[in-house]
Write a protein that binds this ligand. Structure first.
Ligand SMILES: Cc1ncc(C[n+]2csc(CCOP(=O)(O)OP(=O)(O)O)c2C)c(N)n1
Ligand code: SF4
Ligand SMILES: [Mg+2]
Length: 311
């Protein structure tokens, strides 16, 4: 079987499963999960006085009722309504503090934890409304660029030409990745940042800043996904670093106070995008059986245009 056929079989098999991660009678995360790596690093900085409001997706599989690995608090919500859940939790905590039933020092930070399917799509109107109300919450979106939990169907975060469980043809995904960073900025919350766990110092600094600020804040964390993107678990950090070094995943932040987008880590010269794409089976059809020169040039041109526009 050729590499391309093996990749397609793997995607089809994933899509046949009722859930991607059922191992025997229990559940488990995939080895080398970039989202889990991000959540661990973020939680290290946030600490236990945090309540995660977790929209349905891969990370909800961490908790198997009545057990959860989160040492603090955790609440499950449906895909579209984590920001509404966060509002209820924030209001309840505020009332308890106001009625002196919760000492202020025991108050919790409210953190939405949601995938890209929830954040770029289904949950976007609930998010917009929460920002409009000035809800005091941190929104962590782990972006694995597809509906990972159900077998990596395309989402509004899927990059152009990537193979997904719903785009198995030679062209891959025909759409374009939505610019969620700019959508949040347009809503004028307190803070918006992108990050990735393979750049842990940059990530930790952004979590610290987000924790200090109040109001609506977003951390948009690219989450390389060996299962959905089709690479070996041991390549997780390399793939993440290449996302940054090729300029495909710009690391940046925006604060309402300054109103400016600042790029926090810029690789010069940028590596060719192809080095990032080649490491992932979801782009293999662009290289074999026939190299799709036009598509590859178009993908590189998108990255170049971004960096030319931001100077
Ligand atoms: C309204 C609704 N439609 C479909 C589902 C089934 N579902 C559960 S998790 C999931 C994928 C969510 O994707 P994303 O938010 O990107 O998180 P990931 O699975 O990638 O971690 C889907 C489609 C659901 N729970 N609710
Ligand atoms: S499908 Fe991807 S994001 Fe989901 S648990 Fe597996 S590696 Fe992590
Ligand atoms: Mg996802």
């Amino acid at each position: 079987m050729s590499e391309a056929d093996a990749s397609e079989t793997r995607f089809r098999r994933m899509n046949d499963l009722p859930s991607t991660h059922l191992l025997g009678s229990g559940t488990a995360m995939c080895a080398g999960c970039g989202a889990l790596q991000g959540v661990q690093q973020i939680y290290d900085v946030l600490g236990e006085k945090t309540v995660f409001v977790n929209a349905a997706g891969c990370m909800t599989l961490l908790s198997v009722y009545p057990f959860t690995p989160f040492r603090g608090s955790w609440l499950y919500t449906a895909m579209a309504c984590a920001p509404a859940g966060a509002q209820g939790v924030r209001d309840a905590l505020d009332l308890l503090v106001a009625k002196r039933r919760l000492p202020p020092e025991e108050d919790l930070d409210v953190v939405v934890l949601a995938g890209d399917g929830a954040s770029y799509g289904m949950g976007l109107s609930a998010t917009s409304a929460a920002i409009d109300r000035g809800l005091d919450f941190l929104y962590v979106c782990y972006d694995n660029e597809g509906y990972g939990n159900t077998g990596q169907q395309a989402s509004a975060a899927t990059p152009h030409a990537a193979r997904t469980a719903t785009d198995l043809g030679p062209a891959g995904f025909p759409g374009e990745k939505k610019d969620l960073f700019s959508i949040w900025v347009a809503n004028r919350p307190s803070y918006v940042a992108t990050a990735i766990a393979s750049e842990p110092l940059d990530l930790a600094r952004k979590v610290e800043k987000a924790k200090r600020l109040r109001g609506p804040r977003l951390l948009l964390v690219l989450a390389p996904c060996p299962t959905g993107w089709d690479f070996e678990p041991g390549e997780l950090v390399d793939v993440g670093r290449l996302a940054v070094a090729t300029g495909a995943w710009p690391l940046k932040e925006w604060e309402r106070e300054t109103g400016r987008v600042v790029h926090t880590r810029v690789r010069r010269p940028r590596l060719p995008l192809e080095q990032y794409l080649r490491r992932q089976g979801r782009f293999r059809h662009l290289f074999e059986p026939v190299r799709q020169e036009g598509v590859l040039a178009g993908l590189q041109a998108r990255v170049d245009a971004y960096w030319e526009a931001v100077g």
